[in-house]
Design a protein around this ligand. Sequence first.
Ligand code: ZN
Length: 343
Amino acid sequence: MLSDVPSSCAAAYIAKEFCGNADAVAALGSMAENRRMPHAFIIEGADGLGKSTFSRLIARAAMCTCEEPMAGACPHCRKIRENIHPDLLFVTGSGKINAISIDAVRDMRKEAMIAPNEADKRVFVLEDCDNMLPAAQNAFLKIFEEAPPHAVFVMTCRSAMNLLTTIRSRGRIVTLHPVEPDEGVRFLTGRVQGLDSQRAREVCVSSGGNLGEALRILGGDGGEMRDRADALTRGILAAMCGDNALKLAAECAAIGKDRALGGAVCRMLSQQLRSALMVAVGAQETLDAPSQEVLRLGATVSPDDLIGCMDQINQLSNMLKINISMPLFNTRLAIILQRRQYD
Ligand SMILES: [Zn+2]
């Protein structure tokens, strides 16, 4: 068993709360253990990979006074877990592009100068910094350069490449990755009551190891998104059947900027095309009440084309994890489906 124990005790405690990502966990563990923290972190990763959770763990590592670092027993660990620590502050975006404004940065500057209330550090988490305008980033850089030693800044973003080089070069970059199915199954069965490991594995695989997405699929809060994905998928299939390229493009564009929704639509489309494939190869009786659209696609599109189309949807869906822009995603999806329709 010794080989399974992360490099420090603190890392072992962190690993109990953060799934996978062994490198990031080990690095944070040794910082907590040595009680030495960088002044700035940049956490990058797709939505659902745990940026917000990891930023709280960084805050705990910065403030923890447990005898064994990160054990979760001190008031700082407890208050951060309960979201009531006065020295952990979140700065979020506003306006049309949901970006952190210059004004928000200036307000944070005043806060950063104030001594901590209860801990030795004050931790500021700047969330979703991808759209932060250069002027706001430069204002932040100024704070950062004159920050008092008690301040720790954590920026979260989909990709650190969306930040100015000057910021990137000053922060410790933590890249979060999807988890392996075995890790995901352990996490999900521990988190969701009554979940059996087979279903956990299915959901973990279908979410591409993205646990936020997996929890959305499993949890009640995913219901609304499922309904939207379902409605969009039906609209897209109807447009494919009706040979209506304009409607098809409009239906795909309606996915908008929601990456999780884009992923859910891809999965539902793949399922429907797989059903159409069963129709196309004459195995219709294996299906439970196929829709008109599935029957029609099965009758008019060749099996090879259906398989090719599913492949391309799968590839496109994987690009969601490497931060393809959503307008490009929506356009590509329409092109994939259109091309198949006329093949
Ligand atoms: Zn603690």
